[in-house]
Design a protein around this ligand. Structure first.
Ligand SMILES: NC(=O)c1ccc[n+]([C@@H]2O[C@H](COP(=O)([O-])OP(=O)(O)OC[C@H]3O[C@@H](n4cnc5c(N)ncnc54)[C@H](O)[C@@H]3O)[C@@H](O)[C@H]2O)c1
Length: 306
């Protein structure tokens, strides 16, 4: 099978390309615009792999996308603008790539035909949850521009399943961490800053709660959904590993034997969601469960960045 991985030079996408080429017989076409968040270095060991083709291009380019999808059996769409803070400053690139770009991919898939279209989404589309866990049937209630554009893409994808009969599947995953993540994101930012003895700026009181998954576990889950997920369905991917941002920061500092005095509390992010939590029995029914503990994954990630 030929799998088009859109956004395959970014953090999760590149880990997924590595996963496919190492663990499956599929051929991979990576399409990535190489924005500030994407890098060929993320694909360094697999750029010349016999079963891999890298194309630098934008998912907003309808002609290019149609041409590439013609050669693919399945599409996995990771391509997105992903940093919440940037979306609060300027939402236009988020609307363009996350919504319009997804629309271009869906139109091409509708015209050409594919066996499967996997849209990669996030727990942030549900908004915050003070207690309990979101199921796949809960309402979408995004609270920042990034999450709103991801929710828009989810709804568009679901509408193409209903109206164009495209075999859509959607995954909604909690916060990922691991190798190849851009250092603007919390865990790599704090590891690299702590290594340089710089202060670690924590939003608000640091008590916002996030659920964390090691990226390699997410890649296994995405592949399970690609292979065995039911068309038209949404799958939450999570771990039950939930910590405050302050706790995550303390664990990084403990692991790196650095001083807690590096922690600095700064003005809170606008509209900062308090807590995310996912109910995951549906993905577990496909035979998947996480293999990495948070501490093991964090150790691996620290080693990578150091
Ligand atoms: N990182 C997380 O914790 C997390 C959690 C849940 C869901 N997700 C979702 O997973 C996907 C991947 O996230 P990530 O953290 O790897 O993101 P990332 O920012 O590291 O990578 C995004 C990739 O998309 C590429 N890209 C951006 N705009 C493009 C365009 N117009 N055309 C082609 N390529 C383009 C970038 O160059 C980059 O390589 C996103 O859809 C994101 O919403 C991420």
């Amino acid at each position: 099978m030929y799998i088009l991985v859109a956004g395959g030079a970014g953090f999760i996408g590149s880990n997924f390309v590595h996963y496919l080429l190492k663990n499956t017989e599929h051929s991979v076409i990576t399409l990535d615009a190489l924005t500030y968040a994407g890098s060929k270095e993320n694909l360094a060991n697999v750029l010349d792999h016999a079963s891999h083709e890298f194309i630098q291009g934008d998912i907003l380019d309808q002609e290019l996308v149609t041409d590439v999808i013609t050669r693919a059996d399945a599409v996995v769409n990771f391509a997105a603008q992903t940093h919440v803070d940037r979306s609060i400053e300027k939402s236009t690139p988020f609307v363009n790539t996350n919504i319009k770009g997804t629309q271009v991919l869906l139109n091409a898939a509708a015209n050409v035909g594919v066996d499967r279209f996997l849209q990669i989404s996030t727990d942030e589309v549900y908004g915050q949850i003070k207690q309990g866990r979101f199921t796949e049937d809960d309402c979408l209630s995004p609270r920042n521009p990034y999450a709103a554009t991801k929710a828009g893409a989810d709804l568009l994808a679901q509408s193409y399943y209903t109206t164009h009969d495209i075999p859509i599947v959607i995954t909604r995953t909690c916060n990922n961490y691991g190798p190849r993540q851009h250092i603007e994101k919390l865990i790599p930012k704090f590891i690299t800053r702590a290594a340089e003895g710089k202060h670690l700026p924590l939003y608000g009181n640091g008590l916002n709660i996030r659920e964390w998954i090691y990226v390699k576990d997410n890649c296994r889950a995405i592949y399970a959904v690609l292979e065995h997920g039911t068309v038209g369905e949404v799958y939450n991917i999570g771990t039950d590993d939930r910590f405050t941002n302050l706790e995550v920061t303390r664990r990084i500092l403990d692991e790196m034997e650095s001083s807690k005095n590096l922690i600095t509390f700064i003005e809170d992010r606008a509209g900062h969601d308090q807590r995310y939590a996912l109910e995951t029995s549906k993905i577990e029914s496909l035979g998947w469960k996480p293999q990495w503990t948070f501490d093991d994954g964090l150790q691996d990630t620290i080693e990578y960045y150091i």
